[in-house]
Design a binder for this molecule. Sequence first.
Ligand code: ATP
Length: 579
Amino acid sequence: MKFSKLADYFEKLESTTKRLEMFEILSNMFKEAEIDEIDKIVYFSQERLLPPFKGVEIGMAEKLVERAIAKVCNVGIGKVESLYKKMGDLGLVAESMFKGRSGSKLDVTVVYNELMKIAKTSGPGSIELKINYLAGILSKCSPKEAKYIVRFVSGRLRLGIGDPTILDSLSKAKVGDRSLREELERAYNLCSDLGLVAQTLFKEGIKGIKEFKVTVGNPIRMALAERLPSAEEIIKKVGGKCSVEAKYDGFRAQLHKKGDEIEIFSRNLERTTHMFPEIVKAAKEQIRAKDAILEGEALAYNEETGELFPFQVTIQRKRKHGIKELAEEYPLRMFVFDLLYVDGVDYTKKSYEERRKALERIVKDGDVIKIAERIVSDDPKEIMRYFDELVARGLEGIMCKKLDSPYQAGARNFNWIKLKRSYKGELADTIDVVLVGYFKGRGARAKFGIGALLGAVYDDKLDVFKTVAKIGSGLSEERWVEIRKLLDETKVPNKPARVDSLIEPDVWVEPNYVITVKADEITRSPVHTCGRKGDEPGFALRFPRMTGWIREDKKPEDATTEKEIMEMFKMQKHVNLQT
Ligand code: ATP
């Protein structure tokens, strides 16, 4: 496909405010792709060059992009800067400055490879090289092509397409409807690489997708837990005995071992190996297998007392510099709780009990890597005693696991059930919402230009964000200013295509940032779209307040789902009746 064609599709995608239209446009776009370019086109739609775990980022600073544009147009940088100030979008600047240039004959693959060259250039002299490479591509571009390349390299393409919409569209491109979505999703859950899934589908058809296997080095999308309010309910739900594990409050870590090569991936599947030098070292000594994939929670502990530190301490380890010093001050332990692969055998299909037994065999319990503690029980009293004991020791609660369940990559279901310390008089759990807009401040906040945030939960079936709360507290004055700045960088003139809202905020933003919210309860509400069916009201959070800061470990699609809110509403009614 010619890049000019792709740019036409991007233009169409950008102008739609409806998800269904987005789906149609995307499936037409994929249908036109050749086998050897479909992966690249999928990555472009995800606004990246490779999946996040590969750690290849193009992100060029705006100043460099400005210099490349100036170079191609043979003008001083000042001209580009002043136009940028006026227009606020470097893509539009490039488009206007390139006016009159004819369309290029560049193929998508050629543009992709050139951009990859920029991403991979590092070290001394790399800045000039990057500018030259970018100028080289841009010099062959039409105004429209330049607009999208400039936006892409500066990380501002903002097409706002979700992975589920890409999966649906790939299915439609291949067989005319969405019927392959489930199979494609399964493959995606196993490799976290949508380009690879698309290429396999185009090359080998559905047979290749069905045969998709776990690969060491490709993170597996993590299994997630549901919640229930009491041990009785948990026992009832799993139908008897379950494994009750301690719930540690740190970083979820998926460890991949391939011989002596170790990689650690985060909850959102980013490569975070550099953050955990002591775990990498221990993995080579404590894992008795050549290749393996295991999962656990990494958290800081006090070497003197043997106590686990709260999350606020562990989070300090999330940094790029000074890791060595901090590793000495706050060493981490990894409590492993699952095993997904060992030396050629895919364990994800095996039962929890089998996985746990193999985990205990393969991991030599040591100082750094430890096997998560647990009891197996079907007695609610015993489970609550264990819960109280763990909470008294500073743990977050328990994770109950169904003994005969497989590891379902990417799924949140009742195979795992969490029970956390509950906060009296408040919802027992916090809610993660995606910010989709904000309201300009009135009264005391008028001077900040922001007074409340519009938060939404995720409907993972339809791949849309539905509003659930207007959040106006929990932030200091400085934080309000800071969050407004961040949101302004992603503001859009109209409601984004994947947002479903009856409320019109003063400013719409791309669903991008996730925050954690505490609330008193969930109530029915006619103004929010979460859980709204026909004329029936939706759900809202009562007295929502933001806790902490933006959740960098969560993508918009990792926010609390609409389904979870509805379940929490039911649970809350139940608890109220009991007390
Ligand atoms: P989620 O990860 O389910 O979206 P969240 O980020 O809000 O939710 P919690 O609801 O507190 O986190 O709990 C889920 C997390 O608990 C898991 O993702 C994992 O990181 C952590 N965890 C701690 N101990 C365990 C355990 N024994 N088994 C599974 N997960 C555990």
